[in-house]
Write a protein that binds this ligand. Structure first.
Ligand SMILES: Nc1ncnc2c1ncn2[C@@H]1O[C@H](COP(=O)(O)OP(=O)(O)OP(=O)(O)O)[C@@H](O)[C@H]1O
Length: 299
């Protein structure tokens, strides 16, 4: 489990992260999304103890990471796959960390196999690695201590389609075994495919969070009637929120059956009633972050 409680990071007058609270739970993949400059990396650095919060607290498995004697045995971190020592081989990078974490050298071969780096590749200096190979090495490094928690900033960056699918299966398997995964990525389709929970951040603040199924389902019913004003009043009186969509229908989270019953009781004739399809993460992302992306910045 990872918990961010009221995390704030100020650089001078600028709040890079502003009162951010969320929980990434065991057995689930939590996606951390936001436009460029939203505060994702800064939040992840605070979770990993690399950046001290101005206020608030971050804990991993109920403790601040900095207080752990051997954090690599609990948390695997991949924050920047290109930040590897260019003159070391992949195998040397892993062997050194295995020694520092008190792990048997057999872990090195095990994680190389898990991430699909061959023996020959592992003996090359990382300066000759492609970005995809660096990501695989970074992930091997994160998995080395057999952690229960993974914090991964853009791990799929540079992977080819087969690599992305492989990463998806690896993360789903890690969560299915009870692990906690916090993952940031700009690949929205991939996030939609892999995440159980979503946290969306913009301008340093949380804009939306919840289970992916909840957030992506949106208002579940679309309805038209001969008297939308009376229907809206009746639905609102029954405790439902109602919005008008761009297509001119009314949208509500109430089920089609419930809308039908309310309309019947209010004696409003319906001209259309249907369950809405899923919103899709791309739509949710743009709807939620419209004010915060670079394209949303007024000229
Ligand atoms: N060390 C620093 N000093 C000053 N400002 C910083 C520092 N680190 C980050 N920031 C600012 O904090 C804000 C959030 O940056 P951050 O890197 O966390 O965003 P991000 O969501 O990870 O963006 P991206 O998707 O582009 O990686 C930005 O405005 C950035 O310029």
């Amino acid at each position: 489990m990872i918990t961010a409680q009221h995390l704030t990071k100020r650089y001078g007058d600028h709040a890079a992260v502003d009162d951010v609270s969320f929980t990434a739970r065991p057995g689930r993949v939590t996606g951390f999304l936001g436009p460029n400059g939203a505060g994702k990396s800064t939040t992840m650095r605070m979770l990993c103890g690399l950046t001290a919060p101005t206020t608030g607290q971050a804990t991993v498995v109920d403790r601040p990471l900095r207080s752990m004697a051997n954090p690599g045995r609990t948390v695997g971190v991949l924050l920047d796959a290109s930040a590897q020592h260019a003159g070391r081989t992949g195998r040397e990078v892993l062997s050194l960390s295995a020694q520092l974490m008190g792990l048997p050298s057999s872990r090195v071969g095990a994680v190389l196999e898990t991430v699909g780096l061959t023996d020959a590749e592992s003996r090359k200096r990382t300066r000759s690695y492609s970005l995809g190979m660096r990501q695989r090495l970074g992930l091997a490094h994160a998995l080395l201590g057999d952690p229960t928690v993974l914090v991964l900033d853009e791990p799929a960056n540079g992977l080819d389609p087969a690599g992305i699918r492989w990463m998806r299966e690896l993360l789903r398997g890690f969560a299915a075994d009870g692990g906690t995964v916090l993952l940031s990525s700009h690949l929205l389709r991939e996030m939609e495919a892999v995440c159980d929970d979503l946290v969306i951040i913009g301008g340093g603040r949380i804009l939306a969070q919840g289970s992916a199924s909840e957030l992506l389902s949106g208002p579940s019913t679309r309805v038209r009637s001969v008297d939308d004003r009376a229907l809206t009043a009746a639905l609102t009186a029954a405790g439902h929120t109602v919005e008008r969509t761009d297509e001119g229908t009314l949208a509500t989270a109430a089920s089609p059956e419930e809308v039908g019953r309310v309309a019947l009781a209010a004696q409003v004739v319906l001209t259309e009633l249907r369950a809405a399809t899923s919103t899709g993460l791309e739509q949710l992302f743009f709807d939620t972050t419209a004010q915060h992306g670079r394209e949303g910045i007024a000229a």
